[in-house]
Design a protein around this ligand. Sequence first.
Ligand code: FMN
Length: 191
Amino acid sequence: MAEPTLNVVSICGSLRKGSYNRIVMSALPGLASEGMQIREAPPYSEFPLYNADIQNSTGFPAPVNTLADAVRAADGVIFVTAEYNFGIPGPLKNAIDWVSRLKDQPFVGKPIALQSASPGPVGGARVQYDLRRTMVFLDALTLNKPEIFIGNCATRIDDKTGEIKDAQTKDLIKQQLAAFAKFIAAHGGRR
Ligand SMILES: Cc1cc2nc3c(=O)[nH]c(=O)nc-3n(C[C@H](O)[C@H](O)[C@H](O)COP(=O)(O)O)c2cc1C
C-alpha cells in the first residue's frame, strides 16, 4: 500500500521580492521525493509588531491564527531564511513570537528542517543556530543533518531566472528532504 503523502509547509525568512531564500523555497517542491508535498505557509508580512496589549484587547490578529492553523495541520515545517546580524530576521521572529503565545502552541512536537542562503561565505550558519534555539524553547523537533547552508549564494542561485543553478546545492537539498521525510516518519505525527 502506498505511504500517505506528507504535507509540509515552508516559511521564508525574507520578505524581499528577489530574495535568494525565496528562490530556494520555491524550488523545494521540485526537489522533494515522492510522497512529500511542500506548500508555502500563509504569509506573516501583515502581522503587527508583537505587543501583549493587542493580544489582551482585540485578541490575536486573524493572520496569526491562519499561520498557526497551517503549522498545526502540517506534518512538518521547513524554514528557509536569511541571516540578519547573525540572527533571525525581525519579521520572522515577530511571526514566531505571535504564534508562540497561542494556546495549543503550534510548534510543539512539530518536525522542523532549516535551510539558509547568504551571499556571505558561511551561508547563514549563525541564523540556523539562533532558530534552532528558539525551536528548542517551543518544543519543536528540529532535524540535525544534513544541514543546508548555501554560502556565496549569488554564484549558486540565479536571481534573474529564479533558479538554483548549482547541481551540488540541489543534490544536498534533495538529501535533506529525504532525511526529513524519514525524520517525520520516525518522530512526527500530525497533532
Ligand atoms: C539587516 C541585514 C543584516 C544582514 N546580516 C547578515 C548576516 O549577519 N550574515 C549574512 O551572511 N548576511 C547578512 N546580510 C546580508 C543578507 O544575507 C543578504 O542581504 C541576503 O541577500 C538576504 O537574503 P535574501 O536574499 O533571501 O533576502 C544582512 C542583510 C541585511 C539587510
